[in-house]
Design a protein around this ligand. Structure first.
Ligand SMILES: Nc1ncnc2c1ncn2[C@@H]1O[C@H](COP(=O)(O)OP(=O)(O)O)[C@@H](O)[C@H]1O
Ligand SMILES: [Mg+2]
Length: 257
């Protein structure tokens, strides 16, 4: 399955959640690939990969599938190992920002789907992290994926923003990827003391939006694991939030059984 983690808002936990879910699956023995489409490269870094534009990366993959190289390299050539066994990464690159306009004007939005189709049988799961914009790369990811997950931060999200986001995604689904499935909303940085979430959660339920039962708590160890370049579920497998990632991973996998 190809999963995309998306919210056009930054700082909601896309990279944290995408990397930990990919790592969790890999730790459970699934051959997994993390594709980092955000030029900031947070999930590349978090999975323990070097952020170096000289190394094979996703911008190279786009240039290859767009036909801008004369070399005959398959998408496999742009993948590196990570700090987690069984988890490979197609790393980000700052070059994503410089080639975006040209990719867009030359209608290369379907090329990620085509590229992943050639390698997807090598993996149990492919996890795609996206930038905090509804841009070319996000659209390419939503066209390439089978399913998407929307993280929201606990203290600062509005149901209207989620509805707007879903309208954008549904347009992509209708026009380009009718099989795209909305798996659910993940509440991140949850604190039981916060007064907003309860009301917002009620509103989400009223709108019959799918919400995962597992919430991800806010924890300093999450930030520490970023600094250590090791996904929390690998570095601190018995931490409360690691157990939440495990439960969330189970819930997500149950959606496709
Ligand atoms: N559950 C959490 N607990 C503590 N810090 C978190 C948690 N989730 C995310 N963060 C922190 O919030 C910041 C933004 O998270 P990130 O995953 O990079 O968001 P996004 O990819 O949506 O921009 C990072 O510094 C990250 O360490
Ligand atoms: Mg991110």
């Amino acid at each position: 399955m190809k999963w995309v983690v998306f919210n056009q808002k930054g700082g909601v936990g896309k990279s944290t959640i995408c990397t930990n879910l990919a790592a969790m699956g890999a730790i459970e023995g699934k051959k997994s690939l993390l594709v980092d489409l955000d030029a900031q490269g947070n999930s590349t870094y978090y999975a323990g990969c070097e952020l170096n534009d000289e190394n094979p990366n996703v911008a190279g993959m786009f240039k290859q599938v767009a036909g801008w190289f004369n070399k005959n390299q398959g998408p496999d050539s742009f993948i590196s190992p990570s700090v987690v066994d069984s988890l490979s990464v197609m790393p980000s690159s700052k070059e994503l920002a410089t080639i975006e306009r040209e990719l867009e004007t030359r209608y290369k939005m379907f090329k990620l789907r085509d590229a992943l189709q050639t390698i997807e049988k090598e993996y149990d799961d492919i996890w795609i992290d996206t930038p905090p914009n509804f841009n070319f790369y996000t659209k390419a990811a939503l066209i390439a994926a089978d399913a998407f997950i929307v993280p929201v931060d606990c203290d600062d999200f509005s149901v209207q923003a989620v509805t707007r986001l879903l309208d954008n995604v549904m347009e992509i689904k209708t026009d380009h990827n009718p099989n795209l499935t909305f798996v659910g909303i993940v509440i991140n940085q949850y604190t039981s003391q916060a007064k907003y979430p309860k009301r917002l959660i009620e509103q989400l339920k009223e709108k019959e939006l799918p919400l995962f039962d597992t919430f991800i708590n806010s924890a300093i160890k999450v930030k520490e694991s970023h600094a250590e370049q090791r996904p929390l579920v690998l570095g601190y497998p018995s931490h409360k939030v690691s157990n939440q990632f495990k439960a969330l991973h189970n819930e997500i996998m149950e959606c496709v059984e």
